[in-house]
Design a protein around this ligand. Sequence first.
Ligand code: UD1
Length: 420
Amino acid sequence: MAKYIVKQSLSLSGEVEISGSKNAVLPIMAAALLTDELCEITGVPALRDVDVMCGLMRGIGARVNEFYSDKAIEIKTDKIDSEEAPNELVKKMRASVLVMGPLLARTGRARIALPGGCAIGTRPINLHLKGLKALGANISSENGYVIASADKLRGANIYLDSPSVGATENITMAAVLAEGTTVIENAAEEPEIVDMVNFLNKMGAKIKGAGTDTVRIEGVKKLSGAKHAVIPDRIETGTFMLAAAITRGNVLIKNAVSDHVKPITAKLKECGAVIDIVDDGLTVDARHGILTSTDIKTLPYPGFPTDIQSQFMAFLTTVHGAGMVIENVFENRYMHVNELNRMGANIKIEGRVAIVEGDRRLHGAEVFATDLRAGAALVLAALAARGTTQISEIHHIERGYSAFAEKLKGIGADIIRMEE
Ligand code: UD1
């Protein structure tokens, strides 16, 4: 078990480079199962979740070559050996369910362990199943597994009760090889969906409307291999924007796509940080003046991302005045609050609402990461806190941040990764 030892590190400065997007690369890897030809993906972040996905894909029958030094992965799936996403992998990484659509489309069958309760809410997959059923799949369950099967998938009109990212991706991947046209309404609009669709279209799919609430998929007979570079990670970008802000620093975040972080930029500006879009990314300067509080509510894209809620909350504890946070996307996504309060924060929760008192002088403590983004929030708080903070369970953080400690060190943070 590894942990981070973080000492107060004010005024971070310099440059940090953003890696490829975790939430884009995972569905893109799953999409590569739709063809027996070679797929080459570049800009792949070195993450535990990518390793888990590689393992899952190999179990299914894909040949996966990882070239980490080149941030590239080659995937070739001549034949499917197993249509299963086993429980031990789905438990480690919920995004394992993304192989369901491709497996169903390619082989007519998928057997996926049901994701159980998880740290940030119950996270059901009913909308994924509703969509696959509309395409003609039979859905049954046995021993904690859901089985989708179909002789033939046929295009359908599908209205999602809420704009689920994973459901939009799974249904799109199943529909690309279906007969006829599928229309997904109230689809999720996240940039990661657009990236996956760009990859599918390079493979020969005919998909329009990705990035809007209506995605139209005209089924094709066969897909070919393709090359694709993954978009930069907007959540990692937001996390480093907040690292600059919480330490009152000045950081150039290279490779950031400013359009993808508009809600974070807007909120940080409201608080008094200066953000400039530059040729190769953006800069966050929080060195001058007194930063003040604001309210945020999380929403599906293009609203404020739930995956930045905990990091923003850590920041709000350090600015002047009180702020309100409303978590609308996941229930129970306030696991970091107890830990932040142990570091001197004063945050009160009532249902989906958290009231964050500002002007706190955070102090070091022994805390633990309950999930990926909660863990990132603790690291940010630790940078601003007096003294030393020990953060354990950092395997959660390493699921989704590539070389997190090294990148922070590169902009002046005093952070050490220690094997226990
Ligand atoms: C994806 C992201 C995750 C992010 C989330 C919301 C990946 C790999 N993960 O997760 O980092 O926090 O989007 O931006 O891309 N829901 C249902 N039924 C369903 C599916 C979802 O009720 O069938 C609910 C969920 O419980 C949740 C909400 O819809 O409350 C949003 O979930 P969804 O958009 O599906 O998130 P994921 O795709 O799991």
